[in-house]
Design a protein around this ligand. Structure first.
Ligand SMILES: [Mg+2]
Length: 192
């Protein structure tokens, strides 16, 4: 059995899945932010992957840094509207996200609560019963996501175009090319 299949065999509906947003669910806008729903572009297979993972975890929680708000490029209302539309689209596929935590602080703010700081994970743990970081996975595409996972003590999964190379980093436990590939490996079922 591969290393990952040992983890997959341990994951049950007491576990929590933390997901990064940009670069995992939807495409990054280079040097920009998703400022409204028109700018949102799903990554192929990601909504179906979340549908496949729904019910296999106790909670699915999105944690996202959004300093475009802090920079004044969009309002918090714009961001909440994007997340409302996102959750509506997901629900139509049977994909349920329990909560979206965002941090609009500027990275330059010394007191910011952005990833890699653990604040959003700790806030989720305070808000939801049964979040055990030893039974949690963080899926993200950046160094800060992996460091966030390490800071919480959760299992880390990096989404990267070169998973073999990404796995070499000490903060990365497992790596896949997409959320769809992760969901397929976890469930043993293809995600179309
Ligand atoms: Mg990201």
């Amino acid at each position: 059995m591969s290393d990952f299949s040992l983890l997959a065999a341990r994951v049950d509906p007491t576990w929590t899945l933390f997901l990064d947003r940009d670069g995992v669910l939807n495409r990054h806008r280079p040097n920009d932010y998703v400022k409204n729903w028109d700018e949102w572009e799903w990554i192929t297979g990601s909504p179906a992957a979340i549908a496949r993972l729904t019910g296999r975890f106790r909670h699915i929680i999105i944690v996202t840094n959004q300093q475009g708000v802090g920079k004044g490029l969009m309002t918090e209302e714009d961001l909440v509207d994007i997340h409302t539309q996102m959750e509506l689209g997901l629900r139509g596929l049977g994909a349920v996200v329990d909560a979206v935590y965002f941090c609009s602080d500027l990275a330059s703010n010394p007191d910011n609560q952005r990833k890699p700081r653990p604040d959003m994970g700790l806030a989720a743990q305070a808000d939801f019963e049964g979040i055990d970081f030893s039974r949690s996975i963080m899926v993200g595409d950046s160094d800060s996501d992996m460091e966030f996972g390490r800071n919480l003590g959760v299992t880390t999964v990096r989404i990267h175009e070169d998973p073999e190379a990404a796995k070499e980093h000490p903060n990365v436990d497992y790596a896949f090319a997409s959320l769809a590939d992760f969901a397929s490996a976890l469930t043993g079922e293809p995600v179309l």
